[in-house]
Design a protein. Structure first.
Length: 356
């Protein structure tokens, strides 16, 4: 690290030293206080795992901004080597509050755009959080367009209505009859079902995307293996509850949850989806209720469940509201053409302009 102010240097987690990770950890802790002010701070192992455990098909580049020995801003861009969405690059820029509006985000954006252009990616996708209003302001100034708004909700498990949960399971079982059964996988997807799971995950291509310029995502079996290995290395355990249609042998839908040992009281609700031809049979409610009962039986110390849904996804928001989820905050998903971002950067270099 250098004592020079605002020095930007690449951050490579594969060869970062202990001092680098401790600085990154302090930075991540300060940022989490803004995102989740009620949460306990992360532990160092969580920070290290999140940065070192990246699926092999994802190329992530990162840059840190140093003020002496302290990290004050960070940017990352991820390029996924997949058959779909080869026009996209996922980007993220974070700056500590006292260092905002000093042009740091713009300088980091230049590195992000360089990598995107070098990899022939024409579109940047990034999220902002309603707890940090500076993010929306920067995206608007950049010329990005709002592609999708997400509602982040929380469920207080001490107030969970068990009568409702059991009623949903009974109703689901009645409607499903002998045609469907639930299959639970704890941890990585089982090898013997990977081909069917690739098809199953395609149900999420039916979820609302707003105006985002995104193609259908198509997983491969090897990508699923790499993804499972990465999340396990981060200390996260995934549970998947799938609905099997007995007569066809196909999966009709699924729900997933994620539990990280470093955040032991919080459960993350992941994707839930049912293929259109199997909807209106109570399968979504059945799977979510069965998953809640199963995981709370084994992890009674859980206090919160968190999830995110597109604000236009009325059906899933309705289900979550009925369970007891309460809206907590919003996230916005933005998109900007790399040419627009390059024009913004060029304009900031002109005399008399002000960097954000």
């Amino acid at each position: 690290m250098s004592a020079k102010p605002h020095q930007i240097s690449p951050f490579d987690p594969s060869d970062a030293g202990g001092d680098d990770f401790r600085a990154l950890h302090l930075f991540s802790s300060l940022m989490r206080q803004e995102y989740w002010p009620e949460d306990p701070p992360p532990v160092l192992d969580e920070t290290v795992g999140r940065w070192r455990a990246v699926p092999g098909f994802v190329d992530r580049r990162a840059w840190a901004v140093w003020e002496g020995e302290h990290l004050v801003a960070l940017a990352a861009v991820s390029i996924a080597d997949t058959e779909d969405n080869r026009h996209l690059a996922d980007a993220n820029i974070e700056v500590l509050p006292e260092w905002r509006r000093q042009g740091i985000a713009t300088r980091l954006l230049e590195r992000v755009v360089d990598v995107a252009e070098d990899n022939n990616r024409r579109l940047l996708i990034g999220n902002t959080d309603s707890h940090i209003t500076a993010g929306d302001a920067f995206m608007r100034a950049l010329g990005a367009s709002l592609g999708l708004t997400m509602s982040t909700s929380q469920l207080d498990l001490t107030e969970l209505d068990w009568t409702l949960i059991r009623a949903w399971q009974e109703s689901g079982q009645r409607q499903a009859g002998q045609d469907f059964e639930l299959v639970l996988w704890k941890g990585p997807y089982p090898e013997e079902h990977l081909e069917a799971i690739v098809e199953l995950l395609g149900v999420m291509n039916t979820a609302p995307r707003g105006s985002l310029d995104i193609e259908d995502a198509v997983w491969t079996q090897e990508q699923l293996r790499q993804w499972d290995a990465a999340i396990a290395e981060r200390g996260t355990e995934k549970w998947t509850l799938a609905v099997l249609h007995r007569s066809s042998g196909k999966f009709a839908g699924y729900t997933e949850v994620f539990w990280n040992r470093h955040q032991g009281e919080i459960l993350g609700q992941g994707m839930t989806g049912v293929f259109p031809e199997f909807r209106n049979r109570g399968l979504g409610r059945w799977t979510k209720a069965a998953m809640l009962e199963q995981i709370l039986r084994e992890r009674p110390y859980l206090k919160w469940v968190r999830t995110g849904n597109a604000t236009v996804n009325a059906s899933m928001l309705k289900i979550n509201h009925e369970i007891g989820f309460q809206h907590y905050k919003e996230q916005a998903v933005w998109q900007v053409d790399t040419g627009v971002a390059r024009d913004y950067l060029n304009a900031r270099q002109e005399p008399g302009t002000e960097s954000r």
